[in-house]
Structures are given as structure tokens and as C-alpha cells.
Design a protein around this ligand. Structure first.
Ligand SMILES: C[S@@+](CC[C@H](N)C(=O)[O-])C[C@H]1O[C@@H](n2cnc3c(N)ncnc32)[C@H](O)[C@@H]1O
Length: 440
């Protein structure tokens, strides 16, 4: 579709992303789709991403504004109108650099040109009223109980805020809520076999990409300012670095892999930690990357190839039943990494739609699967070996409770160490958990 007005095009793209996500698409996929459909500049793409991701995160708060300002509640509005109001409201409430008149005018224009001509006056009226109320927004927020206040102000499901308060208290819950809404950091991991922090930092600086070292993360670089498609940055095609959050970079070193050891990565895709392990081992061990998704396993292969790593073997399998598939693997592995499928509650900032997908029931099912995976991999561990169990969630049932139960059922196992990183902890990475379990 040809859209001539550049101010409209990125708003139209964002509106389409909100519609697609409400119909079940993942935000990442929906954004990629509009990037292919429209001819957007680098700046337009950044604007579309910020507006779409922000409005998806803030869905509950934006609905709350509609409920307060319009005659018909948000969920009863025609969906096209609801998502267009979200596009306008998000700019008014969260994007300080967008002139208020531009947020209103572009939304009204979109309504007129795209199937909402009759309702363009509603768009105009609701957005203008939002501008009038904007500066006293704090008085406007829900006052009925602390959990609801945090849930609406930071746009998180109430059940989740109840949990956060029970784990971390009110202040801790609020810190997590704030961290879950910020624009996520972009961290790189240098492939220590092919480059170094210093060399990569210089190469990036040469093309105007500013970066800085990350405290406590020996191979990590935080991107401070950048532009353009990072796959075109120097060294990417040559396998000199990968994109990996600082918290995720902390896991592979816990394996303490020695060169020549046999290592199993039982839930490997897309391969961030498998490839990190191979890099740390000087590409000299025997690593098995197993995953139940062939499509995702192909991504591990793609990443390993780009990073020029040869020590990784691939197996498409369900790790719950690995022993029956590979009886010769009994007691074979010195170390096993189980980076388990989880609710991802530590990565809400990175995955804007996740908070609206996850539920207590889904978490309960994941807890069962994680336990089966732990039981499934245990017979493959060599006596004296080590399991590292990790997740990117903050739910205790998936983390310390899970590990405590597993260790208590097997007298040969000992919990050596465990650590929970909360979103908002001072280093700024995703929420993460890891435990080192050793067998005697
Ligand atoms: C958290 S992701 C792993 C991320 C990966 N370790 C990394 O660092 O890039 C969890 C993975 O577990 C896989 N998975 C889920 N159930 C599985 C099962 N029963 N057996 C093997 N893999 C499974 C999913 O396909 C997904 O790729």
C-alpha cells in the first residue's frame, strides 16, 4: 500500500501491529511484517517499534483511559477504534517528543482514511480530553487497593501484581513493574575466540555505534547509541559477536566447562548459551544441542555456523525421554545445562505482549514440564557431574521451589549455589535464575 504522508505511515504501521497482536500474533513477528510491507526509514522503524511495543505493554492503562473518557468501554468499542485510540493515547501519555496536536491530527486522519470515517469525531474528542487530563494523571489512576493501583499504573495483570507483592513487598513489586516497562537494553557478547571487547568496541565506534563494557560480564558490551540494522554492523557476519542480554551471559560460565568434556544442552534453541559454552571451551569439547523444536534447532545451527563453531552436535528430540531414545547416553555427560522453557516473567520489558498471554494455569503446566525435564536428564549425568538449571523467570515455583523439590528427591544431589536476578536489579538486565546442582 502506498502512503505518501510520512507522519502517517509509522502510525498506520503501529496501528496494524496492535491489531495483529490482539488477533494472536507475536509482537516481534507483527513488527517484522509491517517493516516488509511499508517503506520505512530507520527513524520511522524506531518510532514504529517504540509506539507499538509501548502501546502493547500499556494496554491495560490505555483501556483504563478509554473507559474513563469515552461513552463506551474499551472492550466494547469496535476493535479498530480501540487500537487506534491506543496509538493516539500512547503518544499523548508517553512520548514527550511528539507534539500533542500531531498525536491527535494523525489519529483523526487515519480514522478518516481507513474505515473509521464515521467515528473520527470520537477519536478527536477522546484524545483532546486525554490532553486536558494528562497533567493531573496521577489523580486519575485507580485508587482501589495497592495491587490494583500498581497493576493499572504500570499496566500489569492484577494477579501478577498480587504475586509480585507477595514475593517482594509493595516497593519491590513497584520496582519490578517499572523495570518491566522500560525500553530493554541492547547487549552484545563478544566471541572470545575471534575478537575482543576492545577491538569490537573500536570497530563499532568507527561506524558511530557507541558502546560500553558491562560490569561483571567479561564478554559483554552494552550498546549506548546506535542506528540501523545491527546485522550489518562490522564483525556480525564474520561471527565476532552475538546479541545476548547480560543476565543470559552469566549462565554458561556456571557450567565451568573444561576443554574435552562432554556437555549436554537439553533445551538449546536458539543457541545463545550453547554457542557461549562452545566459545568458552575453545571449541574443543563435545557439546550436544538438543531441542524439541526443529525450526528453533535450525537457528542454533545457523548461529553456530556464523560463529564458526564446530564442537556442537545437534539432536531434535524431547529431552524428557532422552534416555529411551539414546540408551548409550546413560551417565555420559560431565555437565548438563537445562535452560528450561519458562513463563519468561523476567523478560516482560523485552516481550511486550507476554504479560497478556501468560496465566497461572500456563505457569502450572510449565512447572510440571520443567520437573519432567529435570527427571529426564538426570540419568544422563556422570557421577560427580554438574547440572546448571536456569530460567528467565522470577516465579519461585519455576525456580528455587522447583530445584528444592528436585534435590530433595535424589539423595546423590546437592544444591551448590543459586541466584535470582530481579528485573530492576542495579545492573539493568533481564530477570533471571540459575542453580548449580552437583552429584556425588
Ligand atoms: C528458554 S528456551 C532455551 C533458550 C536457549 N538455551 C538459549 O540460550 O538460546 C527453551 C527451549 O526449550 C525447548 N523445549 C521445550 N520443551 C522441550 C522438551 N520437552 N525437550 C527439549 N526442548 C524443549 C523450546 O523449544 C525452547 O527452544
Amino acid at each position: 500500500m502506498k502512503v505518501k504522508n510520512r507522519a502517517l505511515i509509522s502510525r498506520l504501521a503501529s496501528w496494524e501491529v496492535l491489531q495483529a497482536v490482539s488477533a494472536g500474533a507475536y509482537s516481534e513477528v507483527a513488527i517484522e511484517r509491517v517493516f516488509k510491507k511499508y517503506d520505512l526509514s530507520v527513524i520511522d522503524k524506531a518510532f514504529t517499534t517504540e509506539l507499538s511495543c509501548g502501546a502493547i505493554r500499556q494496554r491495560q492503562l490505555l483501556d483504563y483511559w478509554i473507559n474513563s473518557l469515552a461513552k463506551i468501554p474499551a472492550t466494547k468499542q469496535p476493535p479498530l477504534l480501540r487500537w487506534l485510540l491506543h496509538v493516539g493515547l500512547y503518544q499523548i501519555l508517553f512520548m514527550d517528543r511528539v507534539p500533542l496536536f500531531a498525536a491527535v491530527d494523525t489519529s483523526v486522519e487515519l480514522a478518516k482514511h481507513y474505515k473509521l470515517k464515521r467515528l473520527s469525531s470520537v477519536v478527536n474528542a477522546v484524545l483532546r480530553e486525554a490532553i486536558r487530563k494528562r497533567d493531573s494523571a496521577e489523580n486519575f489512576y485507580f485508587k482501589d487497593g495497592e495491587a490494583k493501583y500498581i497493576a493499572y499504573k504500570y499496566s500489569l495483570p492484577v494477579w501478577l501484581v498480587d504475586k509480585l507483592i507477595s514475593w517482594r513487598g509493595k516497593e519491590g513489586a513497584q520496582d519490578i513493574a517499572i523495570a518491566s516497562n522500560r525500553v530493554p537494553l541492547l547487549d552484545l557478547r563478544v566471541n572470545c575466540r575471534r575478537s575482543s571487547l576492545h577491538i569490537l568496541q573500536q570497530k563499532l565506534a568507527d561506524i558511530g555505534v557507541e558502546s560500553k563494557a558491562i560490569k561483571g560480564c567479561p564478554d559483554g558490551l552494552q550498546i549506548v547509541s546506535s542506528s540501523g540494522d545491527l546485522r550489518h554492523w562490522p564483525g556480525y557476519a564474520e561471527g565476532e559477536w552475538s546479541v545476548q542480554d547480560r543476565s543470559a551471559q552469566w549462565v554458561a560460565p556456571l557450567i565451568e566447562a573444561q576443554s574435552g568434556e562432554r556437555i549436554l544442552d537439553a533445551c538449546a534453541a536458539p543457541g545463545g548459551k550453547t554457542t557461549h559454552l562452545a566459545e568458552l571451551m575453545g571449541d574443543s569439547g563435545e557439546i550436544w544441542a538438543v531441542d524439541s523444536s526443529q525450526r528453533r534447532l535450525n537457528r542454533v545451527l545457523g548461529n553456530a555456523t556464523r560463529l564458526r563453531l564446530n564442537s556442537i552436535n545437534f539432536l531434535h528430540a524431547d529431552s524428557v525421554n532422552l534416555l529411551s531414545l539414546k540408551p548409550s547416553w546413560e551417565g555420559r555427560f560431565h555437565k548438563i545445562l537445562l535452560d528450561a522453557p519458562c513463563s519468561g516473567l523476567g523478560t516482560l520489558a523485552r516481550n511486550p505482549d507476554l504479560r497478556w498471554r501468560i496465566s497461572s494455569q500456563k505457569i502450572h503446566e510449565l512447572v510440571q514440564l520443567q520437573f519432567k525435564l529435570l527427571e529426564g536428564i538426570l540419568p544422563l549425568l556422570k557421577p560427580g557431574g554438574r547440572i546448571v538449571y536456569s530460567t528467565c523467570t522470577i516465579h519461585p515455583d519455576e525456580n528455587n521451589h522447583q530445584v528444592a523439590k528436585f534435590v530433595s528427591l535424589h539423595h546423590q544431589l546437592k544444591l551448590k549455589e543459586q541466584r535470582q536476578i530481579w528485573p530492576g536489579d542495579d545492573d539493568g538486565g533481564d530477570g533471571f535464575y540459575a542453580a548449580i546442582i552437583e552429584s556425588c
